[in-house]
Design a protein around this ligand. Structure first.
Ligand code: PEP
Length: 244
């Protein structure tokens, strides 16, 4: 597999009861079985649905991921789920450092770095999210913020086959706002300059079937991390098809 084959990943966040989640997973898997997508596909359901969604997508080529993992491998951490549990449940990826964890739960680069290391110990690919706030963008600090997050959140030496970066400006997540194509390219280029060249760098933040074509056609963009639009099979599939 070419390391920079595009990846379209759906982050379902805290959405979906069993019936909804399995219907969504089934609809995505059916499309993937019917016409093999020209990109890698990944769904990251809420923790309660990881195992049944894994069973639903089995054999479809769609990969399974967790939305977060604990820094520790086991022990007295009520409510946490460790990376090895995700692996055991069928996951091959885990999202780490999403802005809803960094800003909503106050996670620091140090904590995120330990989580990335935990993901790697369990044999998972870590999807490390980075991105600036609106104020940081307005101050022209986006590259400094993002490269600082990378420096603080990646343990030791990164290898392109176990790390995916998702550039997600905080102000673009769930808002319908998207940076200009030139701005996306510029930040992705800065990210690539400090990582192994083959590292996949996804863009995330209000990607939808209308704007995905031009975003995914950028040389520096190796796929998308999709929130809201990943909850509709047709929209998610349209984004995957835009990689063609
Ligand atoms: C996300 O939360 O990772 C995300 C990109 O959300 P949305 O697509 O809804 O902006």
């Amino acid at each position: 597999m070419a390391l920079r084959r595009k990846l379209v990943a759906g982050n379902w966040k805290m959405n979906g009861l069993r019936a909804d989640g399995l219907a969504l997973a089934g609809a995505i898997a059916d499309r993937a079985r019917g016409r093999s997508p020209s990109c890698d596909l990944l769904v990251c359901p809420p923790a309660t649905l990881v195992i049944p969604v894994g069973e639903t997508i089995a054999g479809s080529g769609v990969a399974l991921g967790g939305q977060d993992c604990a820094p520790a491998d086991k022990g007295a951490f009520t409510g946490d789920i460790c990376a090895e549990m995700l692996k055991d449940a069928g996951c091959t990826y885990v999202i780490v450092g999403h802005s809803e964890r960094r800003h909503g739960h106050g996670e620091s680069d140090d904590e995120i770095r330990v989580k990335v290391a935990a993901a790697w110990r369990a044999g998972l690919v870590a999807i490390l999210c980075v991105g600036e706030t609106r104020a940081e963008r307005e101050a022209g600090r986006e590259v400094a913020v993002v490269t600082g997050q990378l420096a603080g959140s990646i343990p030791g030496t990164a290898a392109a086959d176990k790390l995916v970066i998702a550039y997600e400006p905080v102000w673009a997540i769930g808002t319908g706002l998207v940076p200009t194509l030139a701005d996306i390219s510029a930040v992705h280029h800065s990210i690539r300059s400090v990582l192994p060249h083959d590292t996949r760098i996804l863009y995330g933040g209000s990607v939808n079937p209308k704007n995905c074509g031009e975003i995914l056609s950028l040389d520096e963009v190796d796929g998308a991390l999709v929130g809201g639009a990943s909850l509709k099979a047709d929209d998610f599939w349209a984004i995957a098809e835009a990689c063609r």
